[in-house]
Design a binder for this molecule. Structure first.
Ligand code: ADP
Ligand code: MG
Length: 297
């Protein structure tokens, strides 16, 4: 697999604020990679460092296996990290022509990219007549003009209405299917879940999770139980049951955390055979939303 970018202990402090704290992760080609975290967790600062607009306090990163300078690597990157800004009295097409001139690339991809973001019919309308969703789509078209290897988006659906959000997500999926790697920062669990194949979760600049999105969301939950007798003995018997990985005590209640789906009937039978009678046994599966809140609390 080809590596698009790798971060090694990247760190950023703004005075007393530790915006990004010893962050490492790797993005492989072809993935839709999410940086997920609440506001202020360091997502934009991370993107800024990768794009050379924020200086890291320490740590490093490598674009494309470190085979080229960041300056050259960034020519193969398309990024939107600020509110889309174009000339209001120029049309979409004229704005993109200007972008091509500034970037020193040919203008022959303009219509193709406008079509991709569903703005071809509006190509001659002035930018100031565009809705926020259209502006965002135009920014995506603009970032794609040089056929980048990776497209970077910071909170791409912020401020959009549900239809606008859906359009952007649809476009992201389409671009990804064409083989472009995507890196997207978002504070929305739902967005990352719907769009991203991989995710790094940040809290106060620190990594809480890195990996496949579907594994993040896979929870086997826990079993709540109450039983008379020796807690130590009960704990060791529970830990011998396949699927139980951890025991916690919460007041009267014992919580058995699972790493497999289990059958509570079988657990009850097993405990009974080991001389334990439970007065309470209940399966609990926290929702994704709850898990994310726990992760980021
Ligand atoms: P996110 O994008 O996840 O909302 P940011 O990367 O914007 O988070 O911010 C992370 C932390 O760094 C926040 O506490 C923010 O206030 C602080 N921060 C970001 N940029 C600056 C800056 N230029 N100067 C001082 N503090 C900053
Ligand atoms: Mg941000």
């Amino acid at each position: 697999m080809e590596t698009i970018i790798q971060l090694f202990n990247l760190d950023k402090k703004y005075g007393a604020v530790h915006a990004v704290d010893n962050l490492s992760f790797t993005i492989q080609k072809g993935t839709v990679y999410g940086i997920l975290g609440p506001n202020g967790s360091g997502k934009s600062t991370t993107l800024g460092m990768l794009l050379n607009v924020v200086n890291p306090t320490s740590g490093t990163f490598n674009w494309f296996d470190g085979q080229m300078s960041t300056h050259d690597a960034l020519k193969r990157v398309g990024a939107i990290i600020e509110r889309p800004n174009f000339y209001p009295y120029m049309s979409a097409a004229q704005n993109l022509e200007l972008v091509c001139k500034i970037k020193g690339i040919t203008t022959d991809k303009i219509n193709e990219k406008l079509e991709l973001v569903n703005l071809l019919e509006r190509r001659n309308d002035k930018f100031r007549t565009y809705s926020l969703g259209m502006k965002q789509r135009l920014a995506i078209a603009s970032a794609l003009l040089n056929d980048p290897e990776i497209l970077i988006l910071d909170e791409p659906t912020n401020g959009l209405d549900p239809k606008g959000i859906q359009e952007i997500r649809h476009i992201i999926k389409y671009i990804s299917q064409q083989g472009t790697t995507i890196l997207l920062a978002s504070h929305l669990l739902d967005e990352v879940e719907k769009v991203c194949s991989h995710v790094v979760i940040l809290q106060k600049g620190k990594k809480l999770y890195e990996g496949r999105t579907d594994l993040m969301t896979q929870s086997h939950g826990f079993v709540e139980l109450k039983a008379e007798g020796d807690v130590e003995k009960l704990t060791s018997i529970l830990l011998n049951f396949k699927g139980i990985e951890k025991i916690e005590k919460e007041n009267e209640m014992i919580l058995a955390y699972l790493n497999l789906d289990i059958n509570t009937g079988q657990l009850n039978q097993y405990l009974f055979e080991n001389g334990i009678v439970v007065s309470h046994l209940k399966m609990s599966k926290p929702s994704l939303e709850q898990r994310f809140l726990v992760l980021t609390e």
